[in-house]
Design a binder for this molecule. Structure first.
Ligand SMILES: NC(=O)c1ccc[n+]([C@@H]2O[C@H](COP(=O)([O-])OP(=O)(O)OC[C@H]3O[C@@H](n4cnc5c(N)ncnc54)[C@H](O)[C@@H]3O)[C@@H](O)[C@H]2O)c1
Length: 424
């Protein structure tokens, strides 16, 4: 009988050790199963940096999904919060984390100033722009910054990005540009806004729409309060823009009510400042360029129609307060100081050339007679009001225009041939 015999005492020994070894394996497996069960049932812990106290608070969530993570970012007011998992690899004492923000239309006039502020605040910004009216020059000072990205993309096509906030500005804003291809304009407003809202829903981002005072049409109420529903021609030459923005507002509210997307709506009144397109036909850029080139200032109609003019830095401040605040809106963002076209022409004469001549032309179709924002709501709920007067803001725009027209010749083809005296 060999040593392999089951009756041999050494063989019992070996079997005993084998069983013990197997049991140890079994114990390990049971241990893993218990640990897994415990971690699944017990909520995970999240620390959130509260910007008001600048301290971490511990919150518990049973399952920290990507959406919850985004929402923890969004639930604070100044955009500098960070959410870290205590059990993860990110150590406590981590520096404040900036947000990831998409700015559609970020290479345009307003968008590029907004991007400057967001980058300065410490956020990471992705500009999405098809360069229809925007220009790389407006954002080129950020090239090489690891927190800045520029994507050539038309918002009419879907796009997937992981972000915390979406500022949706993409849309031509001047009558010359939005009337150039009206079908494309309404597509940008409707399909483009749908795509960006779809993105917001998918990644749990907060969405801000830049709507316009044009939603009030030729208003029968003056000044315009947000509760006023407007007086808009649905079949006019400006309808692609006016009705497009109205539909964009509708879509925004439907995504909010129906899909729980966090949204904000700004109704922007005439804004001016450096980086406006020189040849876009908006009244301030028109007058400034004409006065600088020693051409007559073209006033459409009798020049008694009124507008309010907001400096771009005031608007950007309002947009950021709206995005970070707790109120959906809509909010009027504009300067309530009211000027007739003739008064504006006079300010331009005072600022640039007292001898500049004024030339009257027939008015354009659907040109509203009066426009002036009531900003009570923004004052009360956002703590916002414009600070820069026309006489203070205009010289800043003039020096930018002077440099672009006569200086570096970046816009050598710029002309002032326009078909409208009003802006979006
Ligand atoms: N400036 C104003 O006085 C004013 C007034 C009311 C509302 N707004 C709104 O503010 C936003 C910005 O206006 P702005 O004055 O900076 O205009 P802008 O024309 O300078 O900027 C618009 C930007 O959107 C881009 N764009 C246009 N269509 C696009 C598309 N389909 N896909 C991707 N990018 C596209 C353009 O290339 C441009 O960079 C617009 O939505 C406009 O309607 C502006």
């Amino acid at each position: 009988m060999g040593s392999d015999s089951p009756t041999h005492p050494r063989r019992y020994d070996r079997y005993g050790r084998y069983i013990l070894r197997e049991q140890r394996l079994l114990f390990i497996l049971i241990g893993i199963a218990i640990a897994t069960a415990v971690f699944t049932v017990i909520p995970s812990t999240t620390t959130v940096l509260d910007p008001t106290t600048n301290s971490y608070t511990i919150s518990k969530s049973s399952h920290l999904t990507t959406t919850n993570y985004k929402k923890s970012f969004n639930s604070y007011s100044n955009g500098f919060e960070s959410s870290v998992n205590l059990g993860g690899k990110i150590p406590l004492g981590l520096k404040r984390k900036g947000l990831r923000i998409v700015v559609t239309g970020g290479a345009g006039f307003v968008g590029s100033h907004l991007v400057d502020r967001l980058i300065a605040r410490g956020d990471s910004v992705i500009v999405v722009d098809n360069f229809f009216t925007g220009n790389k020059d407006n954002v080129q000072h950020h090239f090489g910054n690891p927190r800045f990205e520029l994507i050539r993309h038309d918002v009419v096509e879907p796009l997937l990005l992981e972000v915390d906030q979406i500022y949706h500005l993409a849309c031509p804003a001047s009558p010359v540009h939005y009337k150039f291809n009206p079908v494309k304009t309404i597509k940008t407003n409707v399909v483009g806004t749908l795509n960006m809202l779809g993105l917001a829903k998918r990644v749990g981002a907060r969405f801000l729409l830049t709507s316009t005072s044009e939603v009030y049409g030729d208003p029968l109420q003056h000044p315009q309060v947000e509760t006023y529903w407007g007086n808009v021609n649905p079949i006019g030459v400006r309808s692609c823009y006016d009705e497009g923005k109205r539909t964009a507002e509708t879509l925004t509210m439907d995504y909010h009510r129906g899909a729980g997307v966090e949204v904000r709506i700004a109704r922007i009144f005439n804004t001016y400042g450096p980086r406006m397109c020189i040849d876009d036909g908006r009244v301030v850029s028109n007058f400034v360029a004409q006065a600088l080139r020693k051409e007559p200032l073209t006033v459409y109609g009798d020049g008694k129609q009124t507008r309010s003019f907001q400096f771009v830095s005031d608007l950007v401040e309002g947009l950021m307060r709206l995005m970070e605040g707790e109120h959906v809106g809509p909010f009027n963002l504009g300067n309530p100081g009211e000027f007739t076209m003739l008064e504006l022409a006079q300010v331009v004469q005072e600022t640039i050339d007292p001898n500049a001549k004024i030339e009257f032309r027939p008015n354009t179709e659907d040109d509203p007679h009066k426009r002036k924002p009531d900003i009570t709501k923004a004052k009360e709920l956002l703590g916002w009001k414009p600070k820069v007067s026309l006489r203070k803001g205009l010289p800043m725009m003039v020096s930018d225009f002077r440099q672009r027209i006569f200086g570096d010749q970046k816009n050598p083809g710029a002309t002032t041939t326009t078909d409208s005296s009003t802006t979006a």
